[in-house]
Design a protein around this ligand. Structure first.
Ligand code: SF4
Ligand code: SF4
Length: 453
């Protein structure tokens, strides 16, 4: 027998007699709190073929059953690759579609790279019709158990009629098929209003993601209107208004970008959010460093795309900063990441894709506007050669195959790789962040599992 290469074992900082075994492939978490059963010793004995105590022998069948221990002949890389192929790349249970109805934005945040917005920056009515027709054809072909549509931009609320039309027509199409439709939007929140929310809720509108770049003063330095006025109060008041009418029906995800200037003020923001009327509607809060953009890549982009999902590549200071903010969120009781999960993101899944305002398809929202990375168009059912290559390329490198984070990461964020190296074909390794974030998650998990006993 041998331990799984995806096992991570840690001892409790508060009670070194307790251990947590976490497996990144199966997401199993096993607490060891019996002084006669030390998993580090057990695995060591197994690997060296030393005799086991009766207690250790008793534990073996369960560990084998959970995939935390394997028979010697088991090819675990093959198990991972089969899992990646069926559960990630070719999955049909979830279809996640991101739609950018515009690449224009009503704010002038200084860290957002601004290229001139071209004519095709707004989705025209005929492209909206083609987009809806394409989605219907693809849903009929794939038959997903759930369809997720996320609106993104630019600022999607600049095109509310497009959002409502797509939501209405896709809801009318999926409801008779028994396919739940879940709608969400990444918005700066400035134009968000309860009338719009009230119209969208019946179609499956479930969440919005809003960015706050610090507490009021710092946010108002960074997220500004074109006349340089701050946006904090407008966004906060909009969320209060929506909560007043629809408490609990529209969930809020909070994002935030930080640098040295605004970092400290995020702690005040967390306190303010916790005390806000809409605190109970917050489903997730997560803060990330502002990432530099490669000017060469940015100069190839038509229009602009607001801050991307999980663009990750952090230095040690940024990692420490994120961990301190996560501790603060845990301490305050606002929901945040349960465990570090840097992927595999939608880029990996064949039936998840992004549609730009001109009807081009992309495998990642951050690719929109980079024409050479278009994976196809809404006028054709299949991906083009570029799209098929992006779906099928191997996304990790050979030495990732001995890394216990491979199922959480699968080579990391490929937009970050592109941004840093100009190539999608290299991995983007955030191992140091994953190590630190996983250790924090495991220490917290030990406390939670111990409390449940
Ligand atoms: S490749 Fe990076 S930016 Fe693109 S969807 Fe994945 S994590 Fe997000
Ligand atoms: S990119 Fe880094 S963290 Fe990810 S699987 Fe490879 S070695 Fe591990």
């Amino acid at each position: 027998m041998k331990p799984s290469k995806f096992n991570i074992l840690t001892a409790s900082k508060d009670d070194p007699g307790k251990f947590l075994l976490y497996n990144t492939l199966h997401d199993h978490r096993v607490l060891f709190d019996d002084p006669e059963l030390n998993p580090a010793i057990l695995f060591d004995k197994i690997q060296n073929r030393f005799p086991l105590t009766p207690k250790e022998q008793e534990a073996v069948p369960d560990l084998l059953g959970m995939g935390l221990l394997l028979e010697d002949e088991t090819d675990e890389q093959k198990i991972f690759e089969d899992w990646y192929h069926t559960k990630i790349r070719e999955r049909t249970d979830i279809m996640q579609v991101t739609i950018l109805p515009t690449m224009a934005c009503n704010l002038a945040c200084d860290y957002c790279f601004e290229n001139e917005v071209r004519e095709d920056g707004v989705m025209k009515p005929e492209t909206v019709a083609k987009t809806i027709a394409y989605l219907k054809r693809r849903v009929e072909r794939v038959k997903p158990k759930t369809l997720h549509i996320h609106f993104f931009g630019g600022e999607p609320m600049l095109q509310p009629e497009t959002l409502k039309r797509i939501a209405r027509e896709m809801h009318a199409f999926t409801e008779p098929l028994g396919i739940p439709l879940s709608l969400g939007m990444i918005t700066n929140g400035v134009l968000l209003n309860s009338e719009f929310v009230g119209e969208m809720l019946p179609y499956g509108f479930q969440w919005v993601k809003i960015t706050f770049d610090g507490d009021r003063e710092e946010h108002d330095r960074k997220r500004i209107f074109h006349n340089r006025k701050g946006t904090f109060d407008r966004i906060y008041d909009n969320l209060c208004g929506i909560h007043e009418r629809f408490a609990g029906r529209l969930k809020i995800a909070i994002g935030g970008n930080f640098d040295n200037e605004n970092y400290d003020s995020l702690f005040g923001l967390i306190e303010r959010l916790k005390a806000s009327p809409f605190a109970g509607d917050i489903m997730m809060a997560r803060f990330k460093p502002i990432m530099p953009v490669n000017p060469e890549i940015a100069s190839q982009r038509q229009g602009r795309v607001s801050s991307f999902c999980e663009v990750c590549s952090f230095n040690q200071k940024q990692i420490d900063g994120m961990m301190a903010l996560q501790d603060k969120l845990w301490e305050t009781g606002l929901p945040t990441d349960e465990r570090p999960d840097m992927g595999p993101c939608e880029y990996h899944a064949r039936h998840s894709f992004t549609i730009g305002p001109d009807g081009s398809l992309f495998k990642c929202p951050a690719f929109v506007g980079l024409r050479n990375l278009a994976a196809g168009t809404v006028e054709e059912d299949d991906y083009n050669a570029q799209g098929e290559w992006q779906v099928t390329m191997k996304k990790w490198e050979d030495d990732c195959e001995s890394c216990h984070f491979l199922p959480n990461c699968a080579g990391g964020c490929h937009y970050s790789a592109l941004n840093k190296t100009g190539s999608l074909e290299v991995r983007n390794c955030d191992g140091p962040f994953l190590e630190k974030a996983t250790e924090a998650f495991m220490q917290r998990e030990i406390g939670l599992l111990s409390a449940q006993k």
